[in-house]
Design a protein around this ligand. Structure first.
Ligand SMILES: *Cc1c(COP(=O)(O)O)cnc(C)c1O
Length: 227
C-alpha cells in the first residue's frame, strides 16, 4: 500500500519533470494507472492516494474488478484487444476505450452502449510502425475509420493511441510518437474536437510527453511487476 503511494508520487514527479523539459503544463497530461493483473486492493491503494483513472486489458478481469470495487468517482479505460463477442461487456462497464481499430467493433460498441450512460469516449489504436500482425489501424486508413467513428452517436471520438515496439533510446522512442502526433494533427482539420494522444508507458513516458502525449498509460512503475 505504501509502495503504491510512493510509486505514484515518483511517476507524477517524472511526468512533472518531463512536462517542464517539454515546456508543457503537467496538468495537460492525464495519468492512467494500468491495473491489469493486479488485485482490486492495489486499485484501492492507488485511489486512496488520489489516483482516479485506471486502465485494464482483459475484459472479464476488468469488469469483475470494476464491479467488486464499486467505487464511484473512478474513470475506467479499456486498453486491450477487442473481440466482437466482448463489446457488450466493454460498452457497459468502461468510460473510455483506447483500442478501436476497425469499423465493425466501433459499430458494435455504439449499438451496445447503454442509454443510461453518456457516449463512450474513444481513441483509435494506430499501428504506427506498420508492423505485420500488430493490432491497430494502418496510418493510411485512420482517416477513413475516424469518419466512421465520428458518425456514431453513442461514441465520442477523442483521439489516437499507439503501442510502439520497445526502443532503447529516448530518440528512438520519440520517432513513433512524433508520427502519431503528426497523424493526429492531420485528422484535426476534419475533426476539430480531437484532444487526446494516448501514448507512453513505464519505460517511455518521457519521450511521449516530449511528443505531446495527453494521456500516459503506466502499469509496472506504479504497481510493480505483473504476476
Ligand atoms: C500493459 C500496458 C500498459 C502498461 O505497461 P507498463 O510497461 O507496465 O507501464 C500500457 N498500455 C497498454 C496497451 C498495455 O497493454
Amino acid at each position: 500500500m505504501i509502495r503504491v503511494t510512493e510509486n505514484l508520487r515518483q511517476v507524477q514527479a517524472r511526468l512533472q519533470n518531463a512536462a517542464r523539459v517539454a515546456g508543457r503544463e503537467a496538468s495537460e497530461i492525464r495519468l492512467i494507472a494500468v491495473s491489469k493483473r493486479h488485485p482490486a486492493a492495489a486499485v484501492r491503494a492507488a485511489a486512496a492516494a488520489g489516483q482516479r483513472d485506471f486502465g485494464e486489458n482483459f475484459v472479464a478481469e476488468g469488469v469483475a474488478k470494476i464491479r467488486d470495487l464499486g467505487m464511484p468517482g473512478l474513470t475506467w479505460h479499456y486498453i486491450g484487444a477487442i473481440q466482437s463477442n466482448k463489446t457488450r461487456d466493454i460498452a457497459a462497464a468502461f468510460d473510455w476505450v483506447h483500442t478501436i481499430d476497425r469499423a465493425k467493433i466501433a459499430r458494435r460498441l455504439n449499438d451496445q452502449r447503454p442509454d443510461t450512460l453518456p457516449p463512450l469516449e474513444v481513441c483509435l489504436q494506430v499501428n504506427i510502425d506498420d508492423e505485420p500482425q500488430k493490432a491497430g489501424v494502418a496510418p493510411g486508413a485512420a482517416a477513413e475509420l475516424a469518419e466512421v467513428v465520428a458518425g456514431l452517436p453513442r461514441l465520442s471520438l477523442r483521439g489516437l493511441m499507439c503501442l510502439p515496439r520497445p526502443a532503447g533510446t529516448v530518440e528512438a522512442q520519440r520517432r513513433p510518437f512524433a508520427a502519431l502526433r503528426a497523424l493526429f494533427e492531420s485528422l484535426r482539420d476534419a475533426h476539430p474536437g480531437l484532444d487526446t494522444l494516448s501514448m507512453g508507458m513505464s519505460d517511455d513516458l518521457e519521450a511521449a510527453v516530449l511528443e505531446g502525449a495527453t494521456m500516459v498509460r503506466v502499469g509496472t512503475a506504479i504497481f510493480g511487476p505483473r504476476a
